[in-house]
Design a protein around this ligand. Structure first.
Ligand code: FAD
Length: 638
């Protein structure tokens, strides 16, 4: 006897369904239409690609170099099955190299390619057809010229900290009609972009150019001006209509080890800052970096470069070996650093000592560092993936060294709140209590943005937070709200066709400098970026998730041709009676006036659909159209 087949459970697409499909745009904290610029590159329209990328992000060119690219992590191309020449499944495909493509577009038409003001004028003049490629910035610009829109009247707003959050806030505040003044304790603006991220990953001239655009909008940046030292927090609250605290988390977190205090032991971020400012920090010949994340790699790889540079200059006087070792709790498989960082670190000579927890920094009688005592780490996380290291107390070793750099997280310095910020409540020392919706602190007129608001994250998170806080300040000062909205449009595509063989193209690897050339100079860029043919090829792999086949049930003759022709078998024709009934499905059936017994449904597996349009071409009764679904963030006064 045959067993009964269980009814199929299906998800009925709701209002947000299509929005969720463009996973790269959803994953980006500022909702950059990555799909839009990748497809623009594929079509050879590089300027449009740049304008789309720059729209919501004042640091598009910088992000083209160093963004941690959450868009790539969620790219659907990275999830579809990849087959070999014989059609055998060889694993999931790789995501589109979205960040490198952004770099390519920016290099053609961004601040890299023309005077910064000219690049921005193009962005400002780019009035995309609404619902075609309207980007968040364009929406903001449209909003500011909408009748009834109350622009700021040049009210002064103080921003503490010229990092990406503070500058992104100032950028949007200037567009909204305010007069932002940014107070920065360091001699240069841009926070960790300029003083943390090493120059071999991010050219300093590029930072200067993006900051120049922000200044050209009327933003005043006062460097060498520390709040709490050169100006009091109370003064800012008195003289400005609102204050945004965006001071980041720039203090290295100490480990509290015996021997940690004293010469020869430094914070990793302090070391990177010193290198960036050409300040001297004495390094020995045997350096140990403690940490297993990307910052630890930035530190270790910078040490390697400093050593190579010093060796080249002083080789005759100082013979002998130098080495950099990275000690981490995690073994290779668990290390939080990106695979690229680990591989390139290996290539450059960073030695890994994984699976050890530091116990003590050893010093000789004169106080000089002589070694790092460690114990074997048996496990870093517990079964719930919570940080809960366990050690083998019997397996204790000593690694010789004369310098230790600690890269095990950062913390904040809010000492400036002593001068007039007692009402800024901290939920734990160093971290202010922040309203998640408005980024307001507990003190009236005082807002918080960036790493300080949400903990240490990514550049693009800090940018998103800066933009968000600008809108809250607008509401606070004008008493009006910029109401965010989503505009969804379905645009039928008459002549939609894909590049030949796009589904078989493998990810184009991003070209990098050979290891032996990287250490010639500390600022030598490792990543070379795509050439035009490489960019065109890589962009052509994009599945264009914004396009989708739409089925007209009134025309369909149930021939099944669409399902037969589908190369990924993502379509299936089933009787409605075979489906598990849910309230959502019932609603659709009732709305369409179907009886639910004699009708059929076409099911589509969104994860597998590669938008090839073969179903549309095959349909004998034109019941399938390819449509572009576009969603746009809008801002209007409310
Ligand atoms: C070494 C390193 C490498 C990184 N690499 C990447 C990467 O490749 N990709 C990525 O996405 N993210 C990266 N990050 C994370 C990213 O840099 C941060 O998330 C981001 O910079 C946070 O921005 P922010 O504006 O909140 O703070 P910050 O960039 O830290 O800026 C804060 C600013 O406030 C200033 N300030 C502090 N106190 C005062 C005061 N009292 N008065 C005046 N000014 C003050 C500081 O000097 C600083 O300029 C990295 C971080 C580090 C440390």
């Amino acid at each position: 006897m045959q067993g009964a087949v269980a009814p199929l459970r299906v998800e009925v697409p709701g209002a947000q369904h299509h929005r969720g499909l463009i996973s790269c745009q959803v994953a980006c904290p500022v909702h950059t239409d990555a799909r839009g610029y990748v497809r623009a590159i594929a079509s050879g329209d590089f300027e449009r690609a740049y304008l789309i990328a720059r729209g919501p992000n004042p640091f598009a060119s910088i992000c083209g170099r160093i963004c941690a690219a959450p868009c790539e992590a969620s790219c659907r191309r990275g999830k579809i099955p990849l087959s070999d020449e014989d059609g055998f499944f060889v694993g999931p495909d790789k995501p589109i190299a979205i960040r490198a493509l952004k770099r390519f577009a920016c290099e053609q038409h961004g601040v890299e390619a023309r005077p910064p003001e000219e690049a921005f004028a193009a962005v400002r003049g780019y009035v995309p057809e609404v619902a075609a490629d309207a980007e968040e910035l364009a929406a903001l610009l449209h909003a500011t010229v909408t009748p009834g829109f109350e622009r700021g009247q040049g009210e002064p707003v103080a921003v503490i900290g010229a990092g990406c959050a503070g500058l992104a806030a100032a950028h949007d505040l200037a567009l909204l009609g305010f007069r932002p003044v940014v107070f920065e304790s360091e001699p240069v603006p841009a926070g960790m972009l300029a003083l943390g991220i090493p120059e071999y990953r991010l050219p300093r001239e590029l930072i200067r150019r993006e900051v120049q655009v922000i200044e050209a909008l009327g933003v005043e940046i006062r460097c060498n001006t520390a709040v709490g030292r050169d100006v009091s927090f109370a003064d800012l609250r008195r003289d400005f209509r609102a204050v945004i605290i965006a001071v980041g988390a720039k203090r290295p977190r100490a480990l509290g080890l015996p021997g940690e205090q004293g010469p020869g032991v430094y914070g990793g971020v302090d070391f990177l800052r010193a290198v960036s400012l050409n300040e001297t920090m004495p390094l020995g010949r045997e350096v140990i970096v403690i940490g297993g994340g990307n910052v630890a790699y930035d530190v270790a790889r910078t040490v390697v470069r400093q050593m190579a540079y010093d060796t080249a200059r002083t080789a005759a006087r100082m013979p002998g070996e130098r080495r950099v070792r990275l000690v981490s709790l995690e073994t290779l498989a668990e290390m939080p650093a990106d695979t690229t960082e680990i591989r390139e670190g290996d290539e450059e000579g960073v030695e890994r000592l994984g699976g050890f927890g530091p116990v003590e920094i050893l010093r000789d009688v004169a106080g000089a560092v002589t070694g790092l005592r460690v114990k074997r780490c048996l496990r870093v996380y517990d079964d719930q993936r919570r940080f809960a290291p366990r050690f083998d107390e019997a397996d204790v070793r000593t690694f010789d060294c004369d310098t230790v750099l600690i890269a095990a997280g950062q913390t904040t310095d809010l000492s400036f709140l002593e001068s007039g910020g007692a009402d800024v409540t901290q939920f734990r020392p160093g971290w202010p209590k922040v309203d998640e919706e408005t980024l307001a602190s507990t003190a009236p007129g005082v807002f918080v943005a960036g790493d300080l608001a949400h903990g240490t994250r990514l550049v693009i998170d800090a940018v998103a937070s800066g933009k968000k806080v600008a809108r809250s300040v607008y509401a606070h000062v004008t008493g009006k709200r910029l109401a965010p909205g989503i505009l969804t449009a379905h645009l039928p595509l008459d002549r939609y066709r894909r590049e030949r063989g796009y589904e078989k193209i493998r990810r184009v690897e991003i070209p990098v400098l050979p290891p032996e050339e990287r250490l010639h100079h500390p600022a030598k860029l490792v990543e070379r970026g795509f050439s035009e043919p490489e960019a065109l090829r890589e962009a052509s792999r994009c599945l264009d998730c914004g396009v989708t086949p739409v089925f007209d049930g009134t025309r369909c003759v149930l021939c099944g041709g669409c399902a037969d022709v589908c190369p990924t078998l993502c379509l299936k024709l089933v009787a409605l009676t075979d489906l598990a009934r849910t309230p959502e499905l019932d609603e659709v059936i009732t709305a369409a006036g179907l009886d639910g017994a004699s009708h059929s449904a076409i099911l589509k597996d969104e994860d597998r659909c590669i938008r090839c349009a073969l179903c549309e071409m095959r349909c004998p009764v034109d019941a399938i159209t390819m449509e572009r679904v576009h969603f746009t963030a809008t801002w209007s006064p409310a």
